[in-house]
Design a protein around this ligand. Structure first.
Ligand code: NIG
Length: 396
């Protein structure tokens, strides 16, 4: 029997701020085939009892760097003693430390290191995630990272959206403009030809790349069919939100230091803001990104774990949601929307982030009764079960 029913749902979040009660779901051949009153369900197929919990679309993690090798626990300790992320980077640590370890690792090793991170995300309810390169920083090593992401797609249930982030840091011992040229002339064409990435991303920051370098690379990437996105205004104010709007970037990520004018520009451009509050906490930075102001400026706000070894060594979606409420000014329902529909929009994935008839049934069943209960139990996963395309892939 290929039908599956989810009964005894407390609140059903279907997307776009809509929370329904008294509803049940049926799934046929992996797709939502019924969404309506529980009394209207015919009794056939297997039944999952949601126990009166909240049910939502599978969560979407809009920004991760979860393919990497190496260890940066020492940097955490250095920051606790007062060093900043930028100071650690200036001394050759930070991203470049992970680049050294990732260059030395084989594809197989990188796959094995990434699988438990994906399993941890799945246990948090994530059924779609973006994953970036950016720790290769040579043509071969960036391609290696993107091939690892492709291999991971076949080895576990989460749908992966790959991003080329060749402009993540200036490679050690390499002239910065030479690296930008190599990316433009060698790497981008190969990535486009082999369809290894959907997005091209650039880290615009004092310690990384300039707005002009981002313009050049993202325009070339777009011409080759890769969609633009940006890490901006994370550590210092740099008019990054304005840049993302100017380039009609699909997303502008981080935005702790975005200006009011930049936020309005993002709203006008339709660029999605992807906030990473765990990183703000983890790097002991202030302020947090102002999610409230962004939403008020008409910006669609998405959230992410930003799972990576430097600024967010965690897969904790629940913590990201809680911080988004406590520090970025989102309501619990907005935080859930930021991890579902808005994140799916950020990744240009059409059939995720909402529950509609005919959609692939990516579903999370929570123990929590409501969005408020999700964040109330701060940093704790309230996930009871996860379905990917109608198949039970976590819990039960
Ligand atoms: O999104 N800001 C740049 N990239 C990551 C951190 C990467 C690292 O430190 O390894 C981020 O926070």
């Amino acid at each position: 029997m290929s039908q599956l029913q989810i009964r005894n749902i407390g609140q059903l979040f279907v997307g776009k701020g809509q929370v329904l009660t008294g509803q049940a779901l049926a799934i046929d051949h992996g797709r939502v085939s019924y969404l309506g009153a529980e009394g209207g369900l015919t009794a056939r197929g297997d039944v999952i009892d949601a126990g009166g919990g909240l049910v939502s679309p599978g969560l979407v993690d809009a920004h991760t760097h979860l393919v990497f090798a190496g260890d940066r626990a020492d940097e955490f300790a250095q920051r606790c003693a007062g060093a900043t992320y930028l100071e650690i980077a200036q001394k050759g640590g930070g991203i470049l430390s992970t680049v050294r370890a990732t260059q030395l690792a084989s594809e197989k090793e990188l796959v094995e290191l990434a699988l438990p991170r994906l399993a941890a995300l799945l246990a948090q309810g994530v059924t779609t995630a973006e994953v970036k390169s950016g720790y290769g920083l040579t043509v071969d090593d960036e391609l290696k990272m993107l091939r690892v992401i492709r291999r991971l797609q076949g080895l576990q249930p989460i749908s992966l959206v790959p991003t080329l982030l060749a402009l993540h840091a200036v490679p050690q011992g390499v002239d910065r403009s030479a690296w930008v040229r190599t990316v433009l002339t060698e790497l981008l064409p190969r990535v486009a030809q082999d369809k290894l990435a959907v997005f091209c991303d650039v880290f615009v920051e004092q310690s990384a790349f300039t707005a002009d370098e981002a313009r050049e690379v993202l325009r070339a990437a777009r011409a080759l069919g890769l969609l633009p996105r940006l890490h901006v205004d994370q550590l210092t104010p740099g008019k990054g939100a304005e840049l993302a709007a100017e380039l009609s970037a699909v997303t502008a990520d981080h935005l702790e230091h975005a200006s009011d004018a930049g936020m309005r520009a993002l709203g006008a451009a339709g660029t999605v803001a992807v906030l990473a509050p765990i990183s703000t906490l983890y790097l002991r930075q202030r302020p947090f990104a102002n999610g409230r102001k962004l939403r008020d400026a008409g910006v669609s706000v998405a959230l992410c774990t930003n799972c990576n070894p430097g600024s967010a060594m965690t897969e904790n979606v629940a913590l990201a949601m809680g911080l988004a409420c406590l520090e970025c000014g989102l309501t619990p329902l907005e935080a859930l929307e930021a991890f579902t529909g808005n994140a799916a929009h950020a990744l240009r994935v059409q059939h995720a982030g909402h529950l509609r008839l005919g959609d692939p049934a990516d579903v999370v069943i929570f123990k929590a009764k409501s969005p408020a209960h999700l964040v109330w139990h701060l940093g704790q996963s309230e996930v009871r079960a996860v379905l990917k395309a109608g198949k039970l892939v976590h819990g039960g």
